[in-house]
Design a protein around this ligand. Structure first.
Ligand code: ADP
Ligand code: MG
Ligand code: ZN
Length: 504
């Protein structure tokens, strides 16, 4: 063997022989791995997704969207009927609404109800592709769909390519992909029998070019379900699950204002899990109760809380509870607890009895008092406040801001919306609105302090009960609060903005 100036003098000979071989082997292996990844890069065949088994029966609580989409189903099934009349069904349909409301589900249902070939592709997948591939994939997707018409091309998460181009983080790649999508949307004729469906969380964020006539020109809003819708969705997701006789889905629906179909599916599943863990044959109301809590507030997570902290927490939550009774029906309290769950240390669960969308100014002010009552109670009892109210304060700020800037509820500006993005609004006007917003919040806080001082005995009673039992449900609270007079403005109520959140 060669003498490398004695460099490898001590190296065993077999290493010198094998090392280059091992090295070579490694390179071969890496090359092979690269080739393995190639199929993703080289054109892979595009085939329709296997027919989905989702039917209209699996989608509930979104009747308006279903009705609109039924038209598409009819069009695909009986094209002649429409052609004879000279009718043109839009070829681009955009489903938009918050995540978990059932957009993907609806698209699948349209495909299987109409018997069309279903080509589904998530736009976020395009974005991940290498140079130019997103665009070429779109081209081929449409080409294939045309060949096997009638067909539905479904592009999920359209925001990923269709986000307005002004947004930061938008690169050329996405631009190419978006352009190709526009070309395809423009390129097919009425006789193609291809319907393009897209899904997006927010309409405002989409590139306006996508929404022009002839493209995604029909927009179907998929909104979170109302109480009746929630009951129907729960019906879908408890189908085939053994429910105990005491389970009332109407009640469950009423407890879940603001939740989406996906959340409700989650609750139905969690309830079954709770029942299973307790080795029950049937899912009971208690299981649903536990499932709601878990889904609404995150997984139970006990945290260590010192005695002193516990006292503060108890008064904080008692403050919320007492105030919500004082305010009447605006934010009925469902439960108060100092057992920590998820993020919040303790919480008072305010659930509206029904979905309401309209509120008087007085009611909104009352809500602010309920949100601020946690901090007010800390102040009344301990003379100082903690950081435990951060979340409450955020809610109050948002509410007050909306009142002044959007609902025209500030003094002397009852007829104008003062939205922050209203450029016509002068700096001076904005300053005035800001002051008005602060005035509303401060007044609500002072009033909350005053009321809690006045009802100090009740506050003490509830706080002590909380320290003792940690959790008080509605009936227990009612018993403790019974004699507290209802000082609500009892203004004519027209209807709670949905989803009264948890006050922590
Ligand atoms: P999105 O696409 O709007 O984010 P998905 O369609 O992916 O929502 O919904 C996720 C899951 O939640 C569905 O698979 C279904 O189990 C459930 N779900 C959502 N909305 C509904 C609904 N309206 N009816 C029945 N189930 C629903
Ligand atoms: Mg989806
Ligand atoms: Zn609070």
């Amino acid at each position: 063997m060669p003498d490398f100036g004695g460099l490898f003098k001590d190296t065993p000979e077999f290493l010198l022989t094998w090392l280059p071989l091992i090295f070579f082997g490694l390179i071969v292996y890496l090359l092979w791995r690269t080739l393995q990844l190639m199929p993703r890069i080289k054109p892979s065949s595009i085939e329709p997704n296997s027919a989905t088994s989702v039917t209209w029966n699996d989608v509930a609580g979104v009747n308006e969207a279903k009705e609109e989409l039924q038209e598409v189903v009819d069009f695909i099934r009986h094209p002649k009927r429409f052609e004879r009349l000279g009718a043109r069904v839009p070829k681009g349909i955009l489903l938009y609404g918050p995540p978990g409301t059932g957009k993907t589900l609806l698209a699948k249902a349209v495909a299987s109800e109409s018997g069309a070939a279903f080509y589904s592709q998530s736009a976020s997948a395009f974005v991940e592709m290498f140079a130019g591939l997103g665009a070429s994939r779109i081209r081929r997707l449409f080409a294939e769909a045309r060949k096997s018409a009638p067909a539905i091309v479904f592009i999920d998460e359209l925001d990923a390519v269709g986000a307005a181009r002004t947004g930061h983080g938008f690169n050329r790649e996405q631009d190419q992909t978006l352009n190709q999508l526009l070309v395809e949307l423009d390129g097919f004729s009425d006789r193609d029998q291809v319907v393009v469906m897209g899904a997006s969380n927010r309409l405002q964020d989409l590139d306006p070019a996508l929404l022009r006539p002839g493209r995604f020109d029909r927009q179907v809003h998929v909104s979170p379900p109302d109480v009746a819708g929630r009951e129907q969705i729960l019906g879908v997701h408890t189908r085939g699950k053994p429910l105990a006789a005491d389970v009332d889905l109407t009640w469950v629906a009423r407890q879940t204002a603001g939740l989406t179909g996906a959340d409700l599916a989650n609750i139905a599943n969690e309830a079954a899990i709770f029942a299973g863990r307790s080795e029950r044959q049937y899912i009971t109301t208690a299981d649903f109760d536990a499932a709601i809590e878990r889904v609404v507030t995150g997984l139970q997570q006990r945290r260590h809380v010192s005695e002193k902290e516990k006292r503060i927490l108890a008064y904080h939550e008692a403050g919320h509870a007492v105030m919500s009774y004082l305010m009447g029906d605006v934010m009925p309290v469902h439960k108060a607890t100092i057992v920590s769950r998820g993020q919040a240390l303790g919480y008072t669960l305010n659930l509206p009895g029904e979905d309401r969308y309209l509120h008087t100014k007085e009611e909104l002010v009352d809500m602010m008092k309920v949100f601020l009552a946690g901090r007010a109670a800390e102040f009344v009892v301990f003379g100082r406040v903690t950081n435990g109210a951060a979340n409450d304060l955020e809610r109050v700020t948002t509410l007050a801001r909306s009142m002044v800037f959007e609902y025209g509820m500030s003094e002397g500006a009852a007829s104008r919306t003062m939205r922050a993005d209203n450029y016509a609004l002068s700096e001076e006007s904005k300053k005035l609105r800001d002051l008005e917003q602060a005035r509303l919040t401060d007044e609500a806080y002072r009033e909350a302090v005053r009321l809690l001082q006045k009802h100090r005995a009740t506050l003490d009673r509830v706080a002590h009960a909380l320290l003792e039992k940690e959790t008080l449900v509605r009936e227990e609270l009612e018993a403790l609060l019974g004699e507290v007079g209802q000082e609500s403005h009892a203004a004519e109520t027209v209807g709670t903005p949905r989803a009264l959140p948890l006050a922590d």
